[in-house]
Design a protein around this ligand. Structure first.
Ligand SMILES: [Zn+2]
Length: 235
């Protein structure tokens, strides 16, 4: 039981992550197409309103893409061993967010056919959108195989100290908790999976012990500790 457990995303989690990544890429492709359209058709004094509408749509697409991308990385994280790949995979949302606006910002600010007023309004809105897309795309606390592995081993050890069977916990696929007791009211009437703490991480990407189950397990293990203590004292 004391062997080190190494996280490996389940085939289902990998499949879900792949799907999320495809949708993220689709959102970014649409954002880029929107940018190309805005550059070719909308940088003029007459179409300022439409340019602003296009910027808002591109921003929504960029944020949608990075949100899906980050979700996928939680389910199927990269390894920290390859620093470059780890950085790109986790911060791709920020990179794409900036790329979705940078050419547009430059071309608005260097355009010679629009008035100073249009340049000021469109340029500043596009710049603010670029910063917003960049910041929301950053993963400030990126998941990794190594972090998950550490969490799983810590949680398994903590569960064993509370006399929880770490190879037999329960979870529903929605939510990010596992339960020590099948009759916990949080998972009442839900479709449950059952397995080790490690498996709950591998299926859900992230997982932690339900607080209600934790309290129950701690109360049970501390009362059994008292029984042991009093048994020792009476001897
Ligand atoms: Zn519970």
């Amino acid at each position: 039981m004391s062997e080190t457990k190494i996280f490996e995303a389940s085939p289902e989690a990998k499949g879900k992550a792949k799907q999320l990544r495809l949708f993220a890429i689709l959102a970014w492709v649409l954002a880029m197409a929107g940018q190309v359209f805005a550059i070719l058709k909308l940088i003029s004094d007459e179409t300022l309103v439409w340019l602003i509408v296009a910027i808002v749509i591109i921003l929504i697409l960029a944020i949608t893409g990075s949100t899906l991308w980050k979700k996928a990385n939680k389910l199927d994280p990269a390894s920290e061993k390859n620093k470059t790949k780890f950085f790109i995979q986790n911060q791709l949302g920020a990179i794409m967010g900036v790329l979705a606006f940078l050419p547009l910002v430059i071309l608005i600010l260097t355009n010679k056919n629009i008035s100073g007023k249009t340049k000021g309004i469109a340029g500043s809105i596009a710049a603010v959108a670029m910063v917003a897309a960049g910041i929301t795309g950053v993963d400030f606390n990126p998941s990794s195989i190594e972090k998950y592995t550490e969490e799983i081993n810590q949680q398994t050890e903590a569960a064993q100290q509370m006399s929880i069977d770490s190879d037999n916990v329960y979870w529903s696929t929605a939510g990010n908790k596992y339960h020590a007791f099948q009759d916990c009211y949080h998972i009442k009437d839900k479709v449950l999976s059952n397995g080790s703490i490690k498996e709950s991480w591998e299926q859900k990407g992230i997982s932690e012990l339900c607080k209600t189950c934790q309290k129950k397990a701690m109360a049970a293990s501390s009362s059994s500790m008292k029984e042991i203590e009093s048994a020792v004292e009476t001897q």
